[in-house]
Design a protein around this ligand. Structure first.
Ligand code: UD1
Length: 376
């Protein structure tokens, strides 16, 4: 039977691949191979997600680990080429915009293997952002461009992409969210942290542009510490951010503000339980902008721009930049009752993975299912 190889590597990949893997198993006869590059290797950044999302253990684990962009991407490419030659796939499926995505895209195209990109067409229009480079190159090389929102279709068309390659399937990350919400609601996370529903905020920061420079990170922490004077702020700290905090003495923000509470990175279900009942989320994550929109939780994005504008146009997200004064004013507005609720965008309906599975089957000629996805 024809094989699909899925590539995962970093934390935001797992919740995208889990529903696709499940839908393909349920709806098609395709064989599936799951390859983990090992870009993220801490148990709290990787293993826990497999358990939480019901993803099977990877068939192949490359154990690449950290390094400069060139080192990390190059090591992945060398190992992925071996895997694709040993298990020739009919299609390689990549998700998102991390280094594992672009490494797989480059190897796949050079070997002449068809490539599908899930979450295609997003653009921040910041040419030096590593994720933007990964998105541009991956989209350029992909045979199937599976988009989460209509703005992504428009971006691809503007770049001269053949409309036949573009398929609006909806947001696969929201499939995982809807499938897990009930389970997450039963977890004792709030009780364990001594929180009451809607009585706390959540903060995450990990973008290199926000955390690598201690001055920028210090400014952001000062704004978040202000929020913590009004209600507890739970801050699961990414390893990249933790390193800068401890190397540059930024721990003082936590010592001075006990209600600003750093915690270890959390698993998918625990974090969902936490964010779903938050009064406010402050973040520089892409996925969290989407998840808060799907749950109607007010979100302030601490970046100058977003590649997910639909979360601002239709959802509960507001892009407030990195100026501490602006963040404080925006947070005060939300806490004073003026937070956005928004609405859930088109095709963020929990069925994006089914559309993707049907598209893969039809692309590979193994099943004669009607394609639910709308072509651009
Ligand atoms: C990567 C993605 C980013 C995504 C993020 C989610 C790229 C270019 N960036 O950024 O788009 O939003 O994942 O988390 O692919 N580290 C650990 N343990 C781990 C993983 C990383 O300690 O399991 C530390 C290492 O010191 C490493 C640093 O974090 O050098 C950064 O990891 P890396 O995978 O390079 O990028 P992220 O910042 O995690």
């Amino acid at each position: 039977m024809k094989k699909v190889i899925h590539i995962v590597g970093a934390r935001p990949n797992f919740m995208k691949v889990a529903p696709i893997y499940r839908a393909i198993a349920e709806r098609t006869p395709l064989e599936q191979i799951l390859v983990h590059t090992g870009q993220h290797y801490d148990a709290k950044m990787s293993d826990v997600f497999f358990a939480d999302l019901g993803l099977p253990a990877p068939d192949v684990h490359l154990g690449i680990g950290s390094g400069s962009h060139a080192q990390q991407t190059a090591r992945m490419m060398v190992e992925l080429e071996k895997v694709f030659l040993a298990h020739p796939p009919a299609l390689v499926s990549v998700v998102g915009d991390v280094n594992s995505t672009i490494a797989a895209a480059l190897v796949t195209s050079k070997l002449g293997i068809p490539l599908a990109h899930v979450e295609a067409g997003l653009r921040s229009y910041s040419p030096h952002q590593p994720e933007e480079i990964n998105r541009l190159v991956t989209d350029r090389l992909s045979d199937l461009l599976l988009t989460p929102s209509r703005d992504a279709d428009a971006n691809l068309l503007k770049e001269g992409t053949d409309p036949a390659r573009i398929h609006f399937v909806g947001n696969v990350m929201i499939d995982s969210l809807f499938a897990s919400r009930e389970k997450a609601d039963k977890l004792p996370v709030l009780k364990d942290l001594g929180l009451i529903p809607h009585g706390y905020a959540v903060c995450t920061l990990h973008r290199p542009s926000n955390v690598d420079d201690p001055k920028t990170l210090g400014g952001l922490l000062s704004a978040v510490a202000h929020v913590a004077t009004r209600l507890p702020v739970i801050f699961p700290v990414h390893p990249r951010t933790r390193k800068v905090i401890s190397e540059h003495g930024l721990n003082t923000w936590f010592e001075r503000t006990p209600s600003l509470r750093p915690v270890e990175p959390m698993g998918y279900l625990d974090f969902l339980a936490l964010t779903s009942k938050a009064r406010l989320v402050l973040t520089d994550s892409g996925g969290l902008q989407e998840e808060t929109t799907a749950m109607g939780v007010p979100c302030l994005t601490l970046r100058e721009q977003t590649e997910r504008p639909i979360t601002v146009e239709e959802g509960s997200n507001e892009v407030v930049g990195t100026d501490p004064v602006r963040i404080r004013l925006a947070a005060d507005r939300v806490l004073d009752g003026e937070g956005k609720q928004g609405r859930v965008p088109e095709f963020w309906d929990g069925r994006a993975a089914e559309r993707i599975a049907d598209l893969f089957a039809s692309f590979l000629g193994v099943e004669d299912r009607p394609i639910q996805a709308a072509s651009a």
